[in-house]
Ligand binder design. Sequence first.
Ligand code: KIV
Ligand code: ZN
Length: 510
Amino acid sequence: MDYLKIFDTTLRDGEQSPGASMTREEKLRIARQLEKMRVDVIEAGFPAASNGDFEAVKAVAAAVKESTVAALCRTQDRDIARALEAIKPARSGRIHTFIATSPIHMEKKLRMTPDEVIVTAVNAVRFARNGIDDIEFSCEDAGRSELDFLCRIIEAVIKEGARVINIPDTVGYNLPEQYAERILRLRERIPNSDKVTWSVHCHNDLGLAVANSLAAVLAGARQVECTINGLGERAGNAALEELVMAVRTRQDVFPCDTRIDATQILAASKLVSGITGFPVQPNKAIVGANAFAHESGIHQDGVLKHRETYEIMRAEDVGWNANKLILGKHSGRTAFKSRLRELGIEVDSEQILNSAFTRFKELADKKHDIFDEDLHALMNDEAMTPAQEHFRLVSTRFHSETGETPQADITLAAGSVEHHASAEGSGPVDAAFKAIESVAKSGADLLLYSVNSITTGTDAQGEVTVRLSKEGRIVNGQGADTDIIVASAKAYLNALNKLQSTLERLNPQV
Ligand code: KIV
Ligand code: ZN
């Protein structure tokens, strides 16, 4: 049985999604969860992109002990030196260097000849070898590169000491059979191909990222690059949870398995969704709210009689607790804390625990049944530390009546000063945002507004996502409450706080 390595790039490629930019603390929280899930390699960022990203990679490298920490860099000495410096504290570090190899990228973007690209790649690996042994080399846009050229450049970098060769389908252009064929041919034709681990990195532009990655595994790839919830550039990367569960569920087909602790998958998904503000669609495989819900009577009947009639995986194996009722108004602090731990949420500060427990009690006063999803939402809210919170919602009053213009009266604190504002709008949410804007005067553009129900029932909390853009910066804000207008106001303020925050958000692309 072969071993399939999971290389998670949520903190690097995932962060390149518009608005998914994270702070150092946020990256650290996600890295700890990835380590707990037993991810083999965590790509923590692109140190040469900004000082903030350099510091974040360094912090992740210092904190993570059980996974390898990788840093991305172009094939320039300055980039590589910066990446080497950032991963110095790691117990196990990796340099991931890349250069484009497709005709269109070499000619139009790099303006280099193929021979120059080979020399640059070889020099980069040689330079990196002075600092580290674990070197991964990626042929950017390999999915559209010429096979002969790939063979030449890959053979040369392996000779120079690269240990992992990554074949990215950067623009998500390939089809599974074609991509698998590419991996097979490269492995067959390159004389020193057995000296390295073959890795794949697929984008989802045609919705084929997971299918392409799995086809490549069958063709001999033994590392897959992926992200939690499939986050990433444009349509995203291959989703970690789908890859891991496909390989595990179809052991009759795959000659390999990962060492991932799948029971941590849901906690990772919730954490990434909460931090980035990218909600998970209900019908998303593995981690969507409906992924294990059986609606039709025939299906329910079948599952009750024999679970495997309609289920190929067990919900609990990926961290679901079947929407189990867990806590209520009378639950104590110890029960609250231990449930959080069971959900994979570690709270290391007493102050945060106390404040989260107070919120939990407030929620339990409004809502009889508190589900795991409520706790995840509550802890995501809690993670917004006071230091980042310039704007805070103090109180709200809304008036909405048939035939009348909706009106919102809002009291909010900006720093230590309280402001009151009233506004009318085409609906109560519009009125609330206008009232907030009359105080905040951010001038930001609203790019996206969405509401999801966290659990079932009319007393469910609504989880609102608001995406704002200002002067090229895009941020996502989230808020949850049983009152969706209040959740909307919280989400708007959360996004404003991110725009306002002096904490550097680390989007390598900016
Ligand atoms: O998609 C891509 O080609 C990449 C490389 C940097 C690996 O993200
Ligand atoms: Zn990518």
